[in-house]
Ligand binder design. Structure first.
Ligand code: DC
Length: 212
């Protein structure tokens, strides 16, 4: 029996992760945050003293990535987020991580019947045959506000304006890159969370999955 795949794509801080985690919990599926893989590659380059803009350094980090050993706290910083969008533009990095993501989609961990994956190119490139595809978005201001709430706990001097500038730059890189750019799949259902509470966004996502 093939595994059930729910693909959730969209720009940074649109609510993908929150929705994906809750869908996975409710549907008893595995969850894979594919952005964490790109972040982990960027983090490994930084830790090794390398330059995330270097093809060689990024490709080496992707090749040697141990997904079991990702430090989920260390990869959530602004610096790593920015560097992640640089390494994510590199074809060698994407090719390396593509295999990993497809393997997990085919054989979800912990004997689960399927997986909810969130990222930028899940419905378009990684799993074009996904059973359900959602494209989750929100206005720039709403996304910047949410990401600022998260990041300002560790960095109280951070302003919403800085976060908005970071997000705009990352979205531009993610959407304009040649390999697997961020784009809504033709058969994805659009979910705009700008004016939705977390609960309402999760319910809307569950309704979309239920209709499939
Ligand atoms: O979702 P995030 O902010 O954790 O993602 C980090 C970076 O990785 C972001 O710049 C986009 C990139 N990414 C990607 O290119 N493809 C994916 N499937 C997931 C993330």
């Amino acid at each position: 029996m093939s595994s059930l795949v729910v693909a959730i794509d969209g720009p940074a801080a649109a609510g993908k992760g929150t929705i994906a985690k809750e869908l996975a919990r409710t549907l008893d599926l595995a969850y894979l945050d594919t952005g964490s893989l790109y972040r982990a590659v960027a983090h490994a380059v930084i830790l090794a003293g390398g330059d995330p803009a270097s093809d060689e350094a990024a490709a080496h980090a992707a090749k040697t990535l141990d997904i079991e050993a990702i430090d989920q706290t260390a990869i959530r910083t602004r610096e790593v987020g920015s560097a992640a969008s640089l390494v994510a533009a590199k074809p060698q990095v994407r090719a390396e991580l593509l295999e990993t993501q497809r393997r997990i989609a085919k054989h979800p961990p912990a004997g689960k019947a399927g997986v909810v994956m969130d990222g930028r190119d899940i419905g378009t490139v990684v799993c074009p045959d996904a059973d359900v595809k959602l494209y989750v978005t929100a206005s720039d201001d709403a996304r910047a506000h949410r990401r600022w709430l998260e990041l300002s706990q560790a960095d109280p001097d951070l302003t919403e304006k800085q976060v908005l500038a970071d997000l705009t730059e990352r979205d531009r890189r993610d959407s304009e890159r040649a390999t697997s750019p961020l784009v809504q799949a033709e058969d994805a259902t659009l979910l705009d969370t700008t004016n939705l509470s977390i609960e309402a966004a999760i319910q809307a996502a569950l309704d979309i999955v239920g209709r499939r």
